[in-house]
Design a protein around this ligand. Structure first.
Ligand SMILES: NC(=O)c1ccc[n+]([C@@H]2O[C@H](COP(=O)([O-])OP(=O)(O)OC[C@H]3O[C@@H](n4cnc5c(N)ncnc54)[C@H](OP(=O)(O)O)[C@@H]3O)[C@@H](O)[C@H]2O)c1
Length: 283
């Protein structure tokens, strides 16, 4: 199996590279420094030359507020690049795995979203990621669309991940207490992606750790486990004046994945316990 990874230097891309290397699987990882995934002809030339069996499309503008401010860039990177990769995957008869998000849902009701819940994004990030899904589904049938949520791990750009790996912790931090969702430990997600691409079970999958919480719940649990001194202060989303609206309640249910693979992800608390251990070992 030969794998191509877009967005290979991102948080998920880096973890995936480690896993593929450990498994002895050949891969070519490219990020914006190697070539820009929104340049269709360069991407096509590179992939027709490398001829992967699997394309992992991780590249994205993952900063939700930046997407709101740079809509055209978000559209090209999150949506149009998926059109290009779907066409290339079809030509190569390669499997295509695209990472999408729980932000395709509006989060207006207190319910868990399953794979066929109605999408209704409320910000540009969600809208452009959903368009990426549509492009892929319209063009090609050998796809895995993996919706995930609130990634955490060593290289994650999320606020709490960066805080946890930082050795010089501030005296206090403000943490959002009024958004609820699912958390996903990046190494767990990478392992499930490997399982998917080894299979022929195509379709839409929600892959997240079990359990629902807010970032405040997450930070307090991390404090209990890692015993750091930083004071954690709850803050409401509106106090932050962010550019993009956030779904208020958008946890994901993994029906398709659990049914087809007979597997359940561990709880986010168990995954967080491992992450804290990993950070301590690295310290
Ligand atoms: N992080 C989350 O909580 C979360 C939740 C749900 C879904 N997802 C999705 O999961 C995937 C991986 O997320 P992540 O946290 O690993 O994101 P990430 O760390 O931002 O990684 C994405 C990578 O893509 C690169 N990239 C951006 N534009 C590109 C272009 N035109 N050509 C090639 N590469 C480009 C980025 O480079 P720069 O850093 O230079 O921009 C970055 O290295 C993304 O598709 C994201 O939408 C993430």
């Amino acid at each position: 199996m030969k794998v191509f990874i877009s967005g290979a230097d991102g948080a998920l891309g880096r973890e995936m590279q480690v896993l593929l290397r450990n498994q002895g699987i050949n891969f070519l990882g490219a990020d914006v420094n190697q070539f820009d995934i929104t340049d269709f002809s360069k991407t096509k030339d590179a992939l027709l030359n490398y001829r992967p069996d699997v394309i992992l499309h991780f590249a994205a503008i993952s900063d939700v507020d930046r997407c709101e401010e740079e809509v055209e860039l978000a559209f090209r990177t999150n949506a149009l690049s998926s059109l290009g990769l779907a066409i290339i995957a079809k030509k190569l008869k390669a499997k295509l795995l695209y990472i999408s998000t729980n932000f395709v849902f509006d989060g207006a009701e207190e319910k868990i979203y399953i794979e066929y819940s109605k999408a209704n994004p409320i910000n540009e990030y969600g809208r452009t990621k959903l368009l990426g899904e549509y492009y892929i589904k319209d063009i090609y049938d050998r796809f895995f669309i993996v919706r995930t949520s609130w990634l955490f791990g060593r290289h994650s750009k999320t606020f709490i991940s960066k805080f946890l790996v930082n050795k010089n912790k501030p005296g206090s931090i403000d943490v959002i207490c009024d958004q609820f969702g699912s958390f996903t430990y990046i190494p767990d997600l990478a392992r499930m992606i490997l399982l998917l691409i080894k299979s022929e079970n195509y379709g839409i999958f929600h892959i997240v750790n079990q359990g629902i919480g807010s970032w405040l719940d997450f930070a307090l649990k991390a404090k209990e486990l890692a015993r750091f001194k930083t004071e954690i202060r709850p803050i409401k989303t509106e106090e932050l004046n962010l550019s993009a609206a956030r779904p208020r309640f958008a946890p994901l249910g993994s029906n398709n994945f659990e049914y087809l693979f007979n597997k359940r992800m561990r709880s986010w608390e168990d995954a967080l316990t491992e992450f804290i251990k990993v950070i301590k070992q690295g310290a």
